[in-house]
Write a protein that binds this ligand. Structure first.
Ligand code: DGY
Length: 322
């Protein structure tokens, strides 16, 4: 290419990550975070060779219609349900994601949410801040122990296994369900027992969801599944909001058929249902499971490498979605 390729970056990244890119690309980088309408996305994508986008940028056939220049869309995330891969492929556009680099940070965060929900960290923080703490209360603020309990994991990919490995330090019994069972050596490595989905729901004291959102996994946790759970169980979702039927979850929480939940992702995010906001036993966070300083940098740099690889400027092959 005689001229530098044009790269649009939809998310606000640190200049020190982007500045080196300017040596080989003509960069249009968002200065601040915001939502883009489908028309804006289409306009931005027209006339660039490459784009780096975030999970809230939904891109499909309409957004790339008539676009003959765009070669690569690098998603800043491992999940890529925001991209219509068949439509992009049909348009001759390569999509990439950021696997591996976020496994440990997302696993850390799943544990943070599980511990916070069990031991009522967010709720007690609110209590102290509003001046509610007037004296000691020996039998107040009791939550269930985490150590020694059964941890269920729905989705045993790379992040699921990182979550499972941490359970050894808490003497937990780990059960999992996945589309396909792990090889025996991997099962042994993470000390997890394969069970069917119903058994997973029944056995788990804590259930962590970490499956990709696909038409098959949409509402994988609905009324029927929640009804199988122990009333003292806690549900943790660090996958995608659409995995859980939120109305069924609200119903189960109202009926006290579930002790609590910790949610990093929501069906209509960034909008969170008022019903969920009203529960003290639900911990909420704004889709930040991968948001450690080191990991977000690694994700951005990997996305940049992916763009370079597809444009033929990189040292190694790209990472098509895995
Ligand atoms: C991803 O990368 O898919 C995660 O949801 C980010 O937190």
């Amino acid at each position: 290419m005689s001229q530098k390729p044009k790269l649009w970056i939809s998310r606000a990244l640190f200049p020190e990550w982007i500045d080196p890119v300017r040596e080989w690309a003509d960069v249009d980088a968002a200065a601040e975070e915001r939502a883009y309408s489908p028309e804006e996305l289409k306009r931005k994508l027209a006339g660039v060779d490459a784009a780096m986008v975030g999970l809230s940028d939904r891109i499909g056939a309409d957004e790339v219609a008539g676009n003959t220049r765009l070669k690569v869309i690098a998603n800043l995330g491992v999940g890529y349900n925001n991209l219509d891969i068949p439509a992009l492929t049909a348009a001759g556009i390569v999509a990439s994601n950021t696997p591996e680099v976020l496994n440990e940070s997302v696993a850390d965060y799943a544990w943070a949410l599980m511990l916070a929900a069990a031991r009522r960290v967010a709720e007690s923080d609110r209590f102290v801040r509003r001046g509610g703490w007037k004296g000691s209360a020996f039998t107040a603020w009791l939550g269930p122990d985490v150590h020694g309990k059964t941890l269920g994991i729905l989705g045993m990919g790379r992040i699921g296994r990182a979550i499972a490995r941490r359970a050894a330090g808490f003497s937990m019994n780990v059960v999992y369900h996945n589309r396909s069972r792990l090889k025996p050596e991997l099962e042994q490595e993470v000390a997890a027992r394969y069970v069917d989905k119903q058994e997973l729901m029944r056995a788990s004291d804590f259930l962590i969801l970490i499956v990709p959102l696909t038409p098959e996994s949409h509402h994988a946790i609905g009324g029927a599944e929640l009804a199988l759970m122990k009333p003292e169980a806690i549900l943790v979702n660090v996958a995608r909001g659409g995995i859980v039927d939120e109305l069924a979850l609200v119903e189960a929480l109202h009926a006290k058929r579930l002790a609590g939940a910790a949610l990093d992702v929501f069906e209509g995010e960034p909008k969170v249902r008022d019903e969920l906001l009203a529960f003290d036993n639900v911990v909420l966070s704004p889709h930040i499971a991968s948001a450690s300083a080191e990991t977000r940098r690694a994700m951005a740099l990997l996305a940049i490498e992916n763009v370079k690889a597809v444009l033929g400027l990189g040292e190694h092959a790209g990472h098509p979605p895995t």
